[in-house]
Design a protein around this ligand. Structure first.
Ligand SMILES: Nc1nc2c(ncn2[C@@H]2O[C@H](COP(=O)(O)OP(=O)(O)OP(=O)(O)O)[C@@H](O)[C@H]2O)c(=O)[nH]1
Ligand SMILES: [Mg+2]
Length: 261
């Protein structure tokens, strides 16, 4: 008997194939499993997907147990830090794929909640740190690229800054008051604070995030390890113009790059 999955299944399969991190893979697999018809002919396919899912989840448990507790995924890791009911979960839900519990009572979030933020095709991992401030959870902020202080007033901001200073956590911070700033605005500021640019490959239109000031050399390295050694020249598409450049050419946000090797 054929499996005959619906069209949505193939979309989920595509998501799985293009998934960057483990979280995304798990989400896509779960979607595939839910969309695969259940009948005698699909038993094998179900079993295969489920064992793949179990394996992925197990891998995460092992890796998740290291150091700060959460495996980095995407191109940067950002923490949401703030007092209870400041609106961390609501912000996380607004700017990522995460679906944390949002509730008017205190300490709703007791374990780190993780989501992926999409910025023009680039994935950024966002983590809500529980307001219980258990040291192991606060320590996640130490290795993150950015800490977002989620506050209701200026006093909270000062207290959070002091807490970070006391723990010698020197990660860059920005402040968001969700009651005063639309989530999309906060999202844009988070991206800007990360100091990265997005560059696209010409052939496959794959987004690639690089630090601001990155050169063609960095992009070439990211695309293929042999590209730098065998590099001849690159063509950069920028604002409708195309330019032939060398390895030391500085890239801009939105550039389309084609490397000739
Ligand atoms: N009006 C308004 N209410 C908000 C906003 N953000 C959060 N809230 C409300 O404030 C309450 C707490 O929001 P959460 O997002 O759960 O807060 P949290 O910081 O995750 O809190 P805990 O996880 O419980 O420590 C909920 O009732 C939300 O609906 C906001 O931007 N505007
Ligand atoms: Mg919460």
């Amino acid at each position: 008997m054929p499996v005959n999955p619906p069209a949505e299944y193939y979309k989920a399969e595509m998501k799985y194939a293009q998934a960057k991190g483990r979280e995304e893979k798990i989400a896509a697999l779960e979607e595939m499993i839910s969309l695969l018809p259940r009948h005698h002919g699909s038993e094998n396919a179900h079993a295969q997907l489920k064992s793949r899912l179990a394996k992925l989840k197990k891998e995460g448990e092992k890796k998740g147990a290291t150091k700060a507790g959460i495996q980095k995924e995407g191109d940067a890791q950002v923490c949401l830090l703030g007092y209870t009911n400041s609106g961390k979960s609501r912000l996380l839900a607004a700017i990522t794929d995460a679906k944390p519990e949002i509730a008017p009572y205190e300490y709703t979030t007791v374990k780190p909640e993780i989501g992926m933020m999409d910025w023009k095709g680039v994935k950024i991992q966002i983590i809500e740190i529980p307001s219980t401030f258990q040291p192991a959870y606060v320590a996640i902020a130490r290795t993150a690229e950015l800490v977002v202080l989620v506050i209701k007033n200026g006093k909270e901001e000062r207290m959070l800054q002091e807490m970070l200073a006391d723990k010698f956590i020197r990660t860059r911070t920005i402040t968001v008051n969700p009651r005063e700033e639309p989530a999309q605005n906060a999202k844009e500021r988070i991206w800007k604070a990360l100091g990265r640019i997005v560059v696209y490959t010409k052939k496959t239109n794959t987004p690639m995030s690089l630090p601001k000031g990155a050169t063609v050399r960095a992009a070439a390295k990211t695309i293929h390890k042999d590209f730098v050694e065998n590099f001849r020249f690159a063509r950069i598409g920028r604002k409708g113009m195309t330019k032939q450049v060398g390895l030391d050419y500085t890239l801009d946000d939105g550039d389309v790059i084609e490397i000739y090797a």
